[in-house]
Design a protein around this ligand. Structure first.
Ligand code: BYC
Length: 475
């Protein structure tokens, strides 16, 4: 069942040709998508031949197929993970009832809202990364950027399919609106704030894929628990692609940190900031970027206490991470969860109804998962004998959503006055000078096997290709 029909205008495994109304609606949307990709997708990429991985089957055993593809010929399609026979809803008020194959009428607007919010992030990320190809540090990295971009484009298709197939006229309007909002546009911004930020340099790109795509991992996993089966199946397949994006981020930062350490050792430097004079990105600068990206991503989990999230959970449309592995009643009757609260100038964890703390729980899990890569980077720095450690900032630092949005805090989580913040935030977050410095290093390298000076080569090539493989062919 999982074969994908590439002869169709829209490759799919949802038997699109058996539903002419839907097929027509999607074929109407397709030229607008292609126009959007042209105008706001990867700049100057149309004529490139890129070594891409495409889905040929959704079975875990081999959906990835590698080949050079001309960007202009790339085909986005609609792929759902295979249906699980007899799947049941495993949480909320409908626990143990069969999963829904159609939208339950009374939950329609909440479901639509979740799908629209998820869908909005996908084109947003492509827009944010639009110009990065012009400064890629190698062909290998350029190829990874485009791989990420085409998959985010496909994730947009996945959400548009759900909107058009299950939400009638409203869904068609929402599908159009997904192409009309635009990252950073003051009049029609993207829905979630982190998706309106600039991602203009490759240090930002790698932190984006490490931190922001990790929000994607957790949100998609929570939506994969949904009682609305088509959403669950879409998200399950999207998650398989997300793993590569996280790899790009984690290995990208590893390579930048590694290079920074190498430059210190090659030149007998003791002060990490001296790395700048040798064309590398120094560890304190990397820490500032980390602080920025991590803190804006903490906001992506919503308010610490959220009745929206409680409602989604009770309705059975958005669950918790790994819902099945949690040992409780899955309705959260009388359960509590620790949530941070500001008391004077102190942050105190207090017990709140677990139902209202669903967002907080997911954020906590995200925090723990984010720490793992940081530990690996620190291990590498230590092994080089360098006295510096990267640290995730406290959850109160630089927040715009939830109780911490009303206060200023240091990366260690000490609440400080506005005036102290004004004096010191340049020590913790990128300043215009820091950004100008990092931008000054962003020069395109396209000779096969060569890498910009600030980033080490990867440990191995994509799909076991040699390092000097022509991952992207220019014509
Ligand atoms: N920015 O009750 P709350 C990905 C709004 S990333 C701006 O806590 P809720 C990807 C909120 O909308 C994953 N506004 O909200 C990664 C609400 O508005 P109203 C994306 C925000 O609903 C990289 C109000 O504040 N997927 O896939 O519990 C590349 C009250 O908040 C923000 C999803 O997010 C914010 N950060 O939680 C490509 C999953 N946060 O009602 C792709 C779908 C909150 O007052 N979305 N607000 O008008 C959701 O599950 C929820 O919408 C959220 C928010 C978790 C985001």
């Amino acid at each position: 069942m999982a074969g994908i029909d590439y002869d169709e205008r829209i490759p799919n495994n949802v038997n699109l040709s058996g539903d002419t109304r839907l097929q027509r609606a999607l074929e109407d949307w397709q030229p607008n998508f292609l126009q959007w990709w042209n105008d706001r997708g990867p700049a100057d990429s149309t004529d490139l031949d890129i070594y891409l991985r495409t889905a040929i089957s959704v079975e875990p055993s081999g959906w990835a197929h590698f080949d050079h593809v001309k960007m202009a010929d790339y085909r986005w399609g609609i792929f759902l993970a295979p249906a699980e026979e007899g799947r049941k809803i495993n949480f909320g008020a409908h626990k143990d009832e069969p999963a829904w194959q159609e939208v339950p009428g009374e939950y329609r607007s909440e479901l639509r809202r979740l799908i629209v919010t998820q869908g909005d992030t996908e084109p947003a990320s492509v827009e944010q990364q639009r110009r990065l190809g012009q400064t890629a540090p190698s062909l290998y990295d350029l190829r990874n950027l485009y791989q990420v971009n085409v998959e985010e484009g496909r994730h947009l298709w996945a959400m548009v399919y759900l909107l058009q197939a299950y939400f009638g006229r409203d869904g068609r309007e929402e599908a159009e609106a997904l192409l009309q909002r635009s990252s950073g546009d003051p009049d029609k911004p993207r829905i979630l704030q982190a998706f309106n930020e600039n991602t203009d340099d490759w240090l930002s790109f790698h932190f984006f894929t490490y931190f922001q795509d990790r929000d994607g991992k957790f949100q998609l996993a929570a939506l994969a628990e949904s009682g609305f089966d088509p959403l669950s199946r879409s998200c399950r397949f999207m998650l398989t692609e997300e793993a590569h994006h996280l790899f790009v981020g984690e290995s990208g930062i590893t390579r930048i940190v590694q290079r920074s350490c190498e430059i210190m050792k090659e030149n007998n430097l003791y002060d990490p900031s001296d790395v700048r004079q040798h064309g590398g990105i120094d560890l304190p600068t990397i820490q500032k970027w980390l602080n920025f990206h991590f803190s804006i991503c903490l906001d992506l989990f919503g308010q610490e206490l959220s009745t929206n999230a409680a409602t989604y959970y009770t309705m059975g449309i958005k669950g918790r991470y790994d819902e099945n592995k949690i040992d409780d009643d899955h309705v959260l009757d009388g359960a509590t969860y620790k949530v941070p609260e500001i008391q004077g100038d102190r942050i105190v964890d207090v017990d709140e109804p677990a139902l209202n703390a669903i967002n907080q729980r997911l954020r906590d899990e995200y925090y723990t998962d984010s720490q793992r890569g940081v530990d690996n980077w620190n291990k590498m720095i230590r092994e080089q004998g360098i006295d510096f450690q990267l640290v995730l900032p406290n959850r109160a630092f630089h927040r715009s959503i939830g109780p911490f949005a009303t206060v200023k805090a240091t990366p260690e989580g000490k609440i400080i006055s506005e005036s102290e913040w004004d004096q010191k935030h340049g020590q913790w977050l990128p300043t215009p000078e820091d950004r100008a410095f990092v931008e000054s290093l962003m020069k395109r390298v396209i000779e096969p096997g060569k890498f910009a000076n600030y980033i080490a080569p990867p440990a191995r090539g994509i799909n076991r290709q040699p390092m000097d493989f022509e991952y992207v062919k220019f014509h």
